[in-house]
Design a protein around this ligand. Structure first.
Ligand code: SF4
Length: 344
């Protein structure tokens, strides 16, 4: 038995024609799984009985086992178990008029940002395409008839360090034969892996989706202390790579900036960040995220007044700046806080 979800339409067509099925069968199967979210082959009623039986013996759809859901006021955290016994966390965020799903791309993370709870355990392994897609399918099936319209790769892990699996999952999410989300409603949030961002900029599947990059400090040295990855992916080169990123006019790259009390939340930092962006104001928007404290880490959340002061300085420099008061904080599902908390 193998999983059907890593296949794209062309690949599934090759298989179904090899098995002597009609040419339209692959699209029909995709429609059941990604449009109707029907994952039981037996219930795909416009496919012949023999073929349904054959498909059921050949393919699995769900790669994860549902464990439990933890509801909060504005979000729900879902815990899944992989076949090899690891916990995967996914968070559904309820916005005013739509649902956003925050998916994980790795178990743990090797990047090692000092303020991040996921980093504490290091990297266990990459999630496979079927494990990323199943986070969507399982949560979507649970919230029917509501539809998830946005996906952010902002859960556990560095998505660009798991490039191939993330790419395939995004292909399934944005293709007309797949889940068919708008490319503008899928976001990859990265710690700033320069080589992978360059690769993404030339990739027809990934280059038009939203790119969010964690900056977190306007100075090279400070960024290196918060994000050791910065030693090999330097801040200035990263910013230049983003300035060169071939987005169409009007699209902006999101610079994520987690504000940590007394570390990177000063007025000087705000001015320095503005200068870093310089004359490329139309290429970026800045997202300020007040740090979400974790009991195992020594960092603190700044006062909101400090956050708004930081925002005002960037505004005064003509930079589009938002404050994100993280949803999901009460279930430890906010950015950088998805971890195997159930198991510690
Ligand atoms: S913030 Fe993101 S990239 Fe950094 S350690 Fe945490 S999960 Fe990894």
């Amino acid at each position: 038995m193998e999983y059907i979800t890593p296949y794209n339409l062309d690949e599934l067509r090759v298989l179904t024609s090899k098995w002597g099925m009609p040419g339209y069968r692959a699209l029909q199967i995709m429609g059941w799984i990604y449009k109707k979210f029907q994952t039981d082959f037996e219930l795909m009623t416009d496919i012949s009985k023999e073929e349904r039986k054959f498909l059921k013996e050949k393919f699995l759809v769900h790669a994860l086992e549902f464990q439990k859901e933890i509801p909060a006021e504005d979000s729900t955290k879902y815990l899944f178990k992989t076949k090899d016994g690891h916990t995967v966390e996914t968070v559904l965020i309820r916005e005013r008029d739509h649902l956003t799903l925050c998916v994980s791309s790795q178990i743990g993370c090797a990047v090692g940002c000092k303020f991040c709870a996921t980093a504490i355990d290091g990297l266990v392994r990459n999630l496979k395409t079927e494990e990323i897609i199943d986070q969507f399918l399982q949560v979507q099936r649970r919230v029917m008839p509501q539809r998830i319209r946005n996906v952010v790769f902002m859960g556990m892990g560095e998505p660009l360090a798991n490039y191939e699996n993330v790419r395939k999952a995004v292909e399934i999410m944005v293709s007309p034969w797949g889940i068919d989300l708008s490319k503008r409603r899928v976001s990859i949030s990265t710690s700033g892996l320069i080589a992978q961002i360059k690769r993404m900029s030339k990739d027809p599947i990934l280059r038009d989706i939203n790119l969010a990059v964690s900056i977190n400090a306007p100075y090279e040295k400070l960024r290196e202390t918060l994000m050791p990855i910065s030693k090999t992916n330097g801040l200035l080169e990263l910013i230049q790579t983003l300035k060169d990123y071939p987005y169409p006019k009007g699209r902006r790259i999101m610079l994520e900036y987690v504000l940590i009390k007394g570390i990177n939340d000063t007025k000087e930092c705000a001015v320095a960040l503005g200068r870093l962006i310089g004359r490329h104001k139309n290429k970026f928007k800045v997202n300020l995220i007040p740090y979400n404290p974790d009991p195992d880490l020594p960092y603190e959340r700044p006062q909101l007044a400090q956050v708004y002061e930081f925002q005002k300085i960037l505004w005064s420099m003509g930079i589009s700046t938002f404050v994100r008061l993280s949803k999901g904080i009460s279930v430890f599902g906010a950015c950088g806080q998805l971890r195997k908390r159930e198991m510690v």
